[in-house]
Each structure stands twice: as C-alpha cells, then as structure tokens.
Design a protein around this ligand. Sequence first.
Ligand code: HEC
Length: 351
Amino acid sequence: MMRLRACTARVVNAMRAIIWSFAAASLALLVPAPRIGIAHSDHQAGGPAAAEARAAPPAPAGNERWRARYFPNVPLVTHAGKTVRLYDDLLKGRRVVINLVYTQCQDLCPLETARLVQVQRLLGEGVGKDIHFYSISIDPERDTPAVLKAYMEKYGVGPGWTFLTGKKADIALIAKKFGLSSITDAADRDGHLPSLMVGNEPAGLWMRNSAVDNPRFLATKISTFLLGREAEGLLSSESYAQARPIEGLEAGSYLFRTRCAACHTIGGGDGIGPDLAGVASARDRAWLARYIRTPDKVLAGKDPIATALFARYKGVRMPNLRLGDGDVELLIRYLEAQARHEPQRKASAGR
Ligand code: HEC
C-alpha cells in the first residue's frame, strides 16, 4: 500500500514537472523579444527570463509560499474582541492545536473542551509560548466574543488558548481547509467531528487526532509531534515507582475514565461537574440511569434535581454522551462499586 502510494506520488511529480516545463516554454514564447544589444548580453547570461530572476527579490524560502496560499487569510474575532487574520496572526510560524466548537453544543463538545483543558494543564507553561490552542466556533452568530469568554471561564480554559468567531462562510472554508468538516457533518447532530488538527506550520506538518482521547496520551502526542526533542521535560513525568497499581480495567472503569473523568472525580473534589462520590446511594437508581443517559431531556423536563445542579455548576451542562443502556448500567455499577470501596479510597487519598 505504502509502496503504491509512493509510486503514485512519483508519477504525479513527474507529470507536474512536465506540465511546468510546458508552462515555462509557452511563457518564454509570450515574452516580447528583447532589443538587439541588450539581447546579446542576455543571451550570454541565459536569456531574459534568467535576467528577470536575478533582478527579482529572493523567492520565499522553502514551502512558505505554499503555506500562505493554502490557508485563507480571513479575519476572525477573538474572545477578547480583537480582529486577527487566520494566517498572518494565528498560524504563520507557529505550532498550533485547532478544533471547532460551539457553545450551545450538548453532545460531544463539552467533553472535547473539558478534555482539552486537561491536555492544556498537562502541557503547562508551553501553551501560549511553544504551542497555541485555537477553538473556532461553527455557530458564529450566537457565539459572540462575550459568549465565548463566558464559556471559557466555565471550563477553566487557561492562557494561551484563544477562542474565535467570525463570518460563517469564512469559518466553513477554514473547516474545509483543515479537514475538520466532513460529509458526515449533516448526519451528525454535533455538526462536526470531535477532531483536532495539530500542526507545525513552519514545517508544513499536520496531523489529525481525536479530541477525546486519553488526555495524557494526547498531551504526549501533541508535544512530541510539535516540539520533538524540545518536548523532553515539558511534561512532568513521574517515576514508575510512584505509579499506583492499575485499577480494574473492566468496562465500567474504562467508560468512566474516557467519558466522564474529564469533568468528574469520585472522591477527589468537584471538577467542571460535581464530585460523584456517594452519588449512587444519594440518588434513586432509575433517576441516575435516566440522567446519565439523557441529562438534556431530564433538565428540559424541569426535573428539580437537574435544575438545581445546573444552577449550581455555573450553567455548564452535563452532556448527553449518547450512551447506550448497557453502558449506563456499567457506569452505575462502577459508581456503586466505588462507593463500596470508599473507606479504603479515603484512607489512601492522602498520597
Ligand atoms: C463536560 C463535562 C461533563 C462530562 C464529560 C460528564 N459530566 Fe456529569 N455533570 C457535569 C455537570 C456540569 C453536572 C452538573 C449538572 C449540570 O450542570 O448539568 C453533571 C452532573 C452529573 C451527575 C449528577 C450528580 C448528582 O449529584 O446527582 C451525574 C450522576 C453525572 N454527571 C454523571 C456523569 C457520568 C456517568 C459521565 C460520563 C458518562 C458524566 N457525568 C460526564 C459535567 C459533565
């Protein structure tokens, strides 16, 4: 497969070379014949085209011309209300992590944002210096700078991460250029894929990644891809000697870590959402199942518990993560099992 692709690339390159030499030849025909006299010296030095090349300013180094041409330099407005240009101000010469969001989204985006907040924390001070984070709204009419700013505060977004809005058509073009829009969009209630583009703009290297991966994995992947050797030491690495034994890798725990832990702890205090220690005994089981499966519907139905929680957690919504009944059952069993282990967990929590 790889060989086939390399081969195709070679054929394409060869064809490109042929097309270019044709283009150069026809251009040469269009250039008016130089006057005699000048023509003489020009001929010695390789003709008028060569003379022109000598006089022209040096061509942009390496792939710079390609880069500026590929990315539309459209204006966007930051959460702070500043107008910036996509290429000149946000991308040029930078290493970046970009995703699409919209603040009204109730499915995967809240998890995506919460997950990236974890990644940002893991990357520490490098964010804003070595690596720039950008979240671009695909609902720019509603997501004004003020709305974006409030959203950032709710999720605890740190410095070095800019939220952006702009004209709908410009943003659609950006999404397309970054490969963040896809034909599945229309079918997807979220309207976009939970993906990140991670790019080293000066090097022209880009990678697409799921935005909801394990945060430590994402942080490592982003920093090694973008910074290479410079990344060493950026992520605080603990010794294996300090590693806790891996808790049961059973399905419930896995689901909790991948879908819930970006916002919730069990016994570790409030995060973006409430600490879930003891929730399995505090709430009715059927309510819990309904709430975990369709929190948006429970809240919309003016359920008093959901309404009170929503008010208490600064208006961040518990997202509808489209879990199946089986997954919800596994999660509840996991929450119940954690409650049974609670005394032990408390005893070992001081570490
Ligand atoms: C993007 C953050 C986020 C994610 C991800 C998330 N939650 Fe929540 N959750 C919240 C918030 C915020 C609340 C508080 C209610 C509200 O504001 O809607 C909440 C409330 C809850 C409650 C109610 C707590 C109580 O006291 O009754 C339960 C239970 C819960 N979440 C379980 C889960 C489970 C299970 C998952 C994973 C499948 C999950 N949550 C994923 C943010 C999140």
